[in-house]
Design a protein around this ligand. Structure first.
Ligand SMILES: CC(C)(COP(=O)(O)OP(=O)(O)OC[C@H]1O[C@@H](n2cnc3c(N)ncnc32)[C@H](O)[C@@H]1OP(=O)(O)O)[C@@H](O)C(=O)NCCC(=O)NCCS
Length: 153
């Protein structure tokens, strides 16, 4: 049995699997940092249709292991969005792989830095993989830590 993780572009038939993955993350992990009412709103927001729309508006990427969806991230140029990894796979390096994937693509397009907006839950992850705090902003889902990582030395 192979345990290789591959990263590929989003396909419209990923909508259901990505929505289910994000809802699991929100309910099992992010719910430690956010009130139930906000988690419910986020779960409604990340519907299968929402992902199909995102697939047309941004570049969405999917991590797969043994044919199963285990993570996702999206980007618009050098801006990162919707980073989620299957809770059963947390700490296994998939989040870092997804970020290096989008960073390599942005670097090849000539961007100087990558920028992300982190939830309270994701903040430590980005710091751990080399991102530095820039500012804090307000969103419909609470505060967001804006962080950047230089893509060129
Ligand atoms: C945040 C998340 C995407 C990280 O994905 P992951 O696959 O578990 O991360 P990795 O295994 O690649 O972790 C890379 C490093 O960051 C560390 N790390 C992971 N999550 C962390 C966190 N929340 N806080 C601090 N460090 C963290 C890992 O221990 C690892 O450290 P190492 O360098 O010692 O190996 C994942 O935990 C997740 O989906 N969380 C719930 C959804 C969420 O909050 N998404 C972010 C929205 S902004």
């Amino acid at each position: 049995m192979t345990t290789t993780v591959t990263i590929r572009d989003f396909r419209p038939d990923d909508g259901e699997a990505l929505s289910a993955l994000v809802v699991r993350c929100l309910r099992e992990v992010n719910s430690r940092d956010y009130p139930a009412e906000l988690i419910d709103r986020m779960c409604d927001h990340f519907s299968p249709d929402r992902f199909r729309r995102l697939g047309r508006e941004r570049r969405v990427y999917v991590a797969e292991r043994d044919g199963r969806v285990v993570g996702t991230v999206s980007r618009d140029g050098n801006k990162v969005y919707t980073m989620f990894v299957d809770p059963d796979a947390h700490g296994g390096g998939i989040g870092r792989r997804l970020m290096r994937h989008v960073e390599n693509l942005a670097r090849a397009e000539g961007h100087e830095f990558m920028e992300t907006g982190a939830s309270i839950t994701g903040h430590g992850f980005y710091q751990r993989i080399g991102y530095q705090d820039v500012r804090v902003s307000d969103t419909e889902f609470g505060i967001n830590h804006i962080l950047r990582r230089q893509l060129r030395s």
